[in-house]
Design a protein around this ligand. Structure first.
Ligand code: FES
Length: 206
């Protein structure tokens, strides 16, 4: 069911691994299938060129192949150019994908966009968005529990989100004994603490 190009990237994926001291790091998951990608960027702060990009995949063959191609398309491009890469560019480069696997290429592009946004927010380059509870919730949907392969909103770990004068107040249902606890708390800060307009993130646990 896969093209030769898909099989090539699945069996010999490019840019696999982790970047130590990366400038941006995201974990993106697919609600459709529970698969996940970790993506790391190294960006030249002067030229804003993506100098290195690496990934780890916890997904299907198409997930690996589409992420591999996406990293090849993004490497060497400026952040602005990389933002314009679409999932269709990925499927085209692979000579097509079965319809039920198109979402794998969407996940690869979502990860790229989230990593770029993560970099821009950390470096004060992001265009300010009107901060709202729904934006915060949508960002929290990108915090994945690696054990369950689902996001913390779907898993109802996030019980409530409030926003008061730039202070984000989260009510979280998670115990310190949960093996994903440290990862989840760290990822929450990575995803929302840098959003322009967020002054502080307060977490209450039940
Ligand atoms: Fe989940 Fe491909 S089926 S990313």
């Amino acid at each position: 069911m896969y093209t030769k190009e898909v099989m090539k990237h699945f069996t010999h994926p490019k840019n696999v691994g982790e970047i130590e001291n990366s400038d941006a790091k995201v974990t993106e998951g697919s609600l459709a299938c529970g698969d996940m990608i970790n993506l790391y960027l190294k960006v030249n702060p002067k030229t804003l060129v993506i100098e290195d990009i690496k990934f780890k995949s916890y997904g299907c063959a198409a997930n690996i192949a589409t992420t591999s191609v996406m990293t090849e398309l993004a490497k060497g491009k400026t952040l602005d150019k990389a933002k314009r890469i679409e999932f269709k560019d990925v499927t085209k480069a692979l000579g097509g994908l079965p319809p039920m696997k198109i979402h794998c290429s969407v996940l690869a592009i979502d990860a790229l966009k989230a990593a770029i946004r993560n970099y821009e927010e950390k470096h004060g380059l992001a265009k300010p968005e009107e901060l709202s509870v729904s934006i915060l919730r949508s960002r929290l949907r990108h915090v994945m529990d690696p054990v369950h392969g689902k996001d913390i909103v779907t898993l109802k770990i996030v019980q409530n989100v409030k926003l008061e004068n730039g202070v984000v107040k989260l009510l979280l249902e998670i115990s310190k004994d949960n093996e994903s606890y440290n990862h989840i708390i760290h990822e929450i800060d990575e995803k929302i603490a840098y959003i322009p307009g967020v002054k502080k993130v307060e977490k209450e646990f039940i």
